[in-house]
Write a protein that binds this ligand. Structure first.
Ligand code: NAD
Length: 445
């Protein structure tokens, strides 16, 4: 059945969710407080780089079943409201900043007059859904008829369209009893096409649903930091973390995914989510359970410093007067998201230590420029390489893997490259006369 939905917040999560829900057959009003974003979206222009999104958005707008607005009132008639606003890290603290979630629920509540389902998708600390449920009942004019569900989102930027239309699983956090049953039935209708494809659904309570998201991210962050810890040991022992990862990844119990050693994770989710998880566990008196995440975070941040150290070594011990080319600004390939980007963090540290840094990224240049105006930017990878004493490969875009090292060699002052992602073809680069250094690999490859 076709439902009327609203999506509150049209960022990396919300815009994809809104367009995907139209694809599933529903009618969607998408609301954001950012007027410029709404104007852009209404004109059919995706405000972010996400593969497949422009096509999904165009198709959704062409149906006439997708509208964008800054007016919450236009969402009032929706059967289901999906809240997708940001939950960044609080400045100077580990905890999540819930001001956007609270503001969006407060504003939405004013417009909820009859039976409606509100569905939280944002990543929130455990206990938030319970608190918001009580708030909705107290403040929404249709209070007793308003039901809350928590339906955490697991999409990966770069694969967001596929992950939204074909997720690995759906998780519904609902309350016990008839209200929860109604919420589940309505969510089943929203996701009918996805469920018909065989997507498993896990129905649980609010707290568990919130913790599923936090623990999934904690596990993924731990896996990356595990291999990066092995990378540190490999460096000390003269061993090769790439071979090690390949070998342990053959074990099904370990699995080969998320074992890429390098400069570590970043972005708008993993770093802030593991910190918020630790902060919340502390509030609940369970901080000891998550002390390992402090180490996970520390290992991750150490990789960035190690990258800077290797780059400095390759500049013969000092960055002063040296030109450094940085390939990549986004926190991961196939995204323009630069939030907590390891690449830009390394670039900024290298610049702070005296180098002239030129950055290139296929999609994240505008975002990078506005956040880090002091770095220099080049329109192409080869232009960034011009006169470089060392090249740092920091975001593993396909374009960089396909760079011809012979052509690249013609642009640099010295054929020195540091592969922060362990994705360059070592044989090709060394055959073209380059010295290639990498994290967690022997000096002479
Ligand atoms: P984002 O910053 O890209 O988008 C948030 C949007 O919410 C912005 O457009 C902002 O203008 C809007 N907003 C803020 N306050 C609002 C309000 N009161 N009313 C309406 N709109 C408002 O963030 P994001 O990356 O889309 O993340 C959103 C949530 O989803 C976060 O909790 C995040 O942890 C979670 N999440 C994100 C991803 C991801 O890959 N980006 C994946 C899974 C979960």
């Amino acid at each position: 059945m076709s439902l009327n939905l609203s999506v509150i917040g049209t960022g990396y999560l919300g815009v994809v969710h809104a367009a995907a829900m139209v694809q599933l057959g529903h009618t969607v009003v998408a609301v954001d407080v950012d007027e410029a974003k709404i104007t852009q979206l209404s004109a059919g222009k995706a405000p972010i780089y996400e593969p497949g999104l422009p096509e999904l958005l165009a198709a959704a707008l062409a149906t006439g079943r997708l509208t964008f607005t800054t007016d919450y009132g236009r969402a009032a008639d929706a059967h289901v409201h999906f809240v997708c606003v940001g939950t960044p890290q609080r400045p100077g603290e580990n905890a999540a900043d819930l001001r956007y979630v609270d503001a969006s629920f407060e504003e939405l509540a004013k417009h909820l007059h009859g039976p409606t389902l509100v569905v939280g998708k944002s990543t929130v600390p455990v206990g938030t859904a319970q608190r918001l449920d009580e708030m909705l009942r107290a403040k929404a004019p249709g209070g007793p008829d308003v039901t809350l569900a928590w339906n955490p989102e697991f999409l990966r930027e770069g694969f967001a369209v596929k992950d939204t239309l074909h997720p690995d699983r759906l998780v519904y956090g609902v309350e016990a009893g008839p209200r929860g049953e109604r919420a589940k039935a309505l969510l089943d209708e929203v996701y009918a096409a996805t469920i018909a494809d065989g997507t498993p659904v896990v129905v649980t309570d609010f707290a568990t649903a919130e913790l599923v998201k936090a623990s999934a991210n904690a596990f993924l962050a731990t896996k990356i930091s595990f291999i990066n810890a092995m990378s540190e040991v490999c460096e000390a022992a003269g061993a090769d973390v790439v071979s090690l990862a390949e070998a342990i990844g053959h074990d099904d119990r370990i699995g080969a995914k998320f074992l890429g050693a390098g400069i570590g994770f970043g972005g708008g989710c993993l770093p802030k989510d593991i910190r918020a998880f630790m902060a919340r566990a502390g509030e609940l008196g369970a901080d000891q359970a998550l002390t390992f995440l402090r180490e996970v975070d520390a290992i991750n941040m150490r990789r960035r410093s190690r990258m800077v150290d290797i780059a400095r070594e390759q500049c013969d011990g000092s960055f002063i007067g040296k030109r450094v080319a940085v390939l990549g600004a986004a926190f991961k390939p196939d995204s323009d998201d630069i939030r907590d980007s390891p690449a830009l963090s390394v670039a900024a540290q290298v610049r702070l230590q005296g180098a002239h840094v030129t950055v290139h990224d296929p999609q994240a240049m505008d975002n990078a420029r506005s956040k880090w105006p002091d770095l220099s930017y080049a329109d192409s990878a080869l232009e960034a390489l011009q006169g470089a004493h060392v090249v740092l490969h920091l975001t593993e875009w396909q374009e960089y893997r396909e760079l011809d090292p012979k052509v690249a060699a013609e642009h640099v002052a010295q054929r020195r490259v540091v592969d922060g992602r362990n994705k360059l073809d070592v044989a090709r680069w060394t055959a073209a006369g380059w010295t290639l250094r990498a994290l967690g690999r022997p000096t002479a490859l």
